[in-house]
Design a binder for this molecule. Structure first.
Ligand code: ATP
Ligand code: MG
Length: 175
């Protein structure tokens, strides 16, 4: 395959990182590409994107490797660590097999920052990437070393967020 895969990274404190990666997935699928998304630190089927993918996009592989509860920074549970490891093992397999053109590791930057995943293991994953595979890494607090490896970085910066006005999470907007 002649396609040039890239390492794309979405970070920053504003809203739009996970949804940007889902937009890319939609775009890639339009070209007949296979997409695999692994979500770290998420474990709820209530997200609209999950419902839509399950209902309308059977070719979109999406797996969650987290619990439906908040992870305590610096104090993860054994289950948090086990799921993060499973996510990394799966990512290693999917990336090295190269059957999917687009592999999205959602919230992986946060998983590193929270101590669920070693930064070196993410760097190793990046080094496994076959030429034709595009790897998308999302999440706040991306590490310098991981950013060094990226071909593209967009930092989403909060200017305003409706949450600050007391508007709680809403279906179709937040989840
Ligand atoms: P989205 O999933 O909407 O693309 P995101 O991936 O950029 O957002 P995360 O940093 O993963 O956002 O945060 C997860 C949740 O927090 C989302 O429900 C998002 O709407 C919300 N959120 C994102 N940025 C902010 C913010 N600056 N203030 C409050 N809530 C936020
Ligand atoms: Mg996100």
């Amino acid at each position: 395959m002649s396609k040039k895969g890239l390492i794309l990274l979405y970070t920053g404190n504003g809203k739009g990182k996970t949804t940007a990666s889902l937009g890319l997935a939609l775009r890639a699928m339009g070209h007949g590409e296979k997409v695999y998304m692994i979500q770290f630190m998420k474990g709820s089927e209530s997200y609209g994107e999950i419902k839509a993918i399950r209902k309308y996009l059977p070719g979109f592989d999406l797996v969650q490797k987290g619990q439906d509860t908040f992870v305590k920074k610096g104090n993860p549970t054994q289950e948090d660590l086990r799921l993060a490891k499973e996510g990394m093992d799966l990512a290693r397999k999917v990336i090295s097999e190269g059957n999917h053109n687009l592999v999205i590791l959602d919230e992986i930057n946060v998983a590193v920052d929270f101590g669920l995943i070693h930064e070196e293991d993410v760097l190793e994953l990046i080094s496994l990437k076959p030429e034709h595979v595009t790897l998308v890494l999302t999440g706040r607090y991306a590490s310098e070393k991981i950013m060094d490896k990226a071909d593209m970085i967009s930092e989403v910066k909060e200017i305003k967020h409706h949450y600050r006005k007391g508007i709680p999470s809403q279906p179709g907007i937040e989840y």
